[in-house]
Design a protein around this ligand. Structure first.
Ligand SMILES: Nc1ncnc2c1ncn2[C@@H]1O[C@H](COP(=O)(O)OP(=O)(O)OP(=O)(O)O)[C@@H](O)[C@H]1O
Ligand SMILES: [Mg+2]
Length: 520
């Protein structure tokens, strides 16, 4: 096949007019086909994606390049920064000769620029602290975060059920501990109708609670709860805000942050209106080191992930998984990932070779490339690409030289991060923890009415509880719980509702919401 045919085939396959992100220039036999460009339409980014490849092949830089262009196009981005190397998005890059040359090869000017960035953190050490309540996490995600087996998970679900029925508010881990102690002590009889809770199982659960507390759960679980609409912002110039969840301090707790990311997605699903097909996504969500989400996931948990990923698309949210091999992602999730950027894979062992062939088989056939061979020989910052065209059909498979990021290829300094955190409008909202009356106080009989401040003495009314009369939008979780507190009669009912909406991440949620919507 003559090279001209290749260039025109690729140019045709990626010739769409509508707004798109640049993925790079086509590569064949070591040469760049300068006349064609490889792009992905903005309207197809809610059809989800996968960035895969061996260590050091350029996955994170690809993510950075996409995040920058999304922000520029006014699309907010959320990304989990596991190694701390994405914080550089907040600072301009440097135009050293190597990156200038790469930019030229791809046909873009090297114009160093920073993105508008918000830093978030589960521990509060390197970003705005984000928190969720035990109640909204629900038993399934919590069981995953605590590494429980099925029996223990069932026992935890019973505790949630009991708290719902008794109107006990589970906000933080101390509430959960108080409930577990209560249920193995004074209230053991009350639990009989639920199936009971074996002392040994409760003991194991208590141990897990302590462990989780020591490993970041104490900071993370509680209020004020993070509201996902804060991820959907643009700056004054219309650029999408890039929210970076800094996880370098959480590397030993992958189960906590991976469940938190699922909680975010499920909350987005719950809170965002149905939008169908959109010209550009409302938010693009990058899930780096995505294998951590799927490793040892129970069947039930896996099914929930699959459902959330499938359903979130109609809310205008795109999800891109970043991981080493497509085999890290379960087949029913992989089948939903229409946009693929596959960096090089190594084939040192027969097992590697097998994995490489399996990865190659997830691509459409190509008359221009021997895909397994190409995967072995791609250089750093090069990838095999196929995406969805605006018509929803796969574009031709093409080896692609990616552009360099315009922001810094390396971490932001702690001072740079702190400066951004201090200036953030979210700081006043989330910086201080709030410990209002909940299960622990109620069970200890030491309850005093109204919210009160934790440790430091600073106090803030939870946003949800304070603002529930302000608008006619569906109340947030905080508002629902706030209302439940104000109205003892509606307490149990309200909690039941919250659990139905959110404790279950999947279809039941969707059915309930649709019914609610059709009424109004
Ligand atoms: N698009 C690019 N432009 C310029 N340099 C790049 C590009 N992609 C990768 N590189 C170079 O390759 C290095 C490794 O890239 P990157 O950190 O993205 O790899 P990775 O696949 O995420 O690795 P890991 O699996 O270890 O996280 C970068 O530090 C950078 O020097
Ligand atoms: Mg990386």
């Amino acid at each position: 096949m003559a090279p001209r045919d290749f260039a025109s085939e690729i140019a045709n396959g990626y010739s769409f007019e509508e707004p798109s992100l640049l993925l790079g220039a086509p590569l064949r036999d070591g040469a760049v086909a300068a006349s064609a460009r490889v792009r992905v339409p903005l309207s197809m980014l809610n059809r989800h994606g996968l960035i895969a490849g061996a260590t050091g092949t350029g996955k994170t830089k690809t993510l950075q390049v996409l995040a920058e262009q999304l922000s520029e196009a006014g699309v907010p981005v959320f990304l989990a920064d596991v190694k701390g190397d994405l914080s550089g998005l907040a600072a301009p890059g440097t135009a050293d000769p190597k990156v200038v040359k790469r930019a030229e090869s791809v046909g873009v000017p090297m114009a160093p620029a920073a993105c508008p960035v918000e830093f978030l953190s589960l521990t509060g050490s390197r970003g705005i602290p984000v928190r969720a309540t035990i109640s909204s996490f629900g038993p399934l995600l919590l069981a995953r975060a605590m590494g429980l087996n099925e029996t223990q998970q069932a026992a935890l679900a019973i505790c949630f059920r009991y708290c719902d029925d008794k109107g006990l508010l589970l906000l933080d881990l101390s509430d959960l501990r108080a409930v577990l102690l209560h249920l193995t002590g004074p209230a053991a009889e009350e639990l009989r109708p639920y199936g009971g809770l074996a002392k040994a199982t409760a003991g194991v659960l208590l141990r897990h609670v302590t462990e989780l507390e020591q490993q970041g759960g104490r900071d993370f679980f509680g209020e004020p709860e993070f509201e996902v609409e804060d991820l959907l912002r643009t700056d004054a110039s219309g650029k999408g805000i890039v929210s970076i969840l800094e996880l370098a301090d959480m590397q030993d707790r992958p189960d906590l942050y991976s469940t938190f990311l699922m909680w975010l997605l499920a909350s987005l699903y719950r809170d965002l209106p149905e939008v169908g097909d959109v010209a550009k996504p409302k938010l693009v969500f990058f899930f780096d080191e995505a294998h951590l989400l799927f490793d040892e996931a129970s069947k039930e948990f896996g099914e929930h992930i699959e459902q959330v990923v499938r359903l979130i698309r109609s809310k205008g949210v795109g999800v891109t998984f970043v991981t080493h091999s497509p085999r890290d992602v379960p087949a029913d999730v992989l089948a939903q990932l229409g946009n693929r950027v596959q960096h090089a894979l190594r084939a040192f062992t027969p097992a590697d070779e097998k994995a490489l062939r399996a990865a190659a088989n997830t691509f459409p056939r190509s008359e221009f490339y021997d895909i397994p061979e190409t995967l072995k020989t791609l250089g750093v910052g090069e990838a095999i690409v196929t995406v969805l065209s605006p018509r929803g059909t796969p574009t031709p498979v093409v080896a692609t030289l990616l552009p360099p990021p315009m922001s810094r290829m390396g971490p932001a300094t702690p001072e740079e991060i702190e400066g951004i955190v201090q200036k953030s409008p979210l700081h006043a909202e989330y910086a201080t923890a709030v410990d209002r009356e909940s299960a622990r106080e109620e069970l200890e009989g030491a309850a005093s009415p109204g919210p009160r401040a934790a440790g430091t003495g600073a106090s803030k009314e939870p946003r949800g509880a304070a603002s529930n009369e302000d608008d006619d939008e569906e109340p947030t979780l905080g508002e629902k719980l706030g209302k439940a507190l104000e109205s003892p009669a509606g307490k149990t009912l309200q909690r039941e509702l919250v659990r139905g909406l959110f404790g279950v991440l999947g279809l039941r949620t969707a059915v309930r919401r649709r019914r609610r919507r059709s009424i109004f």
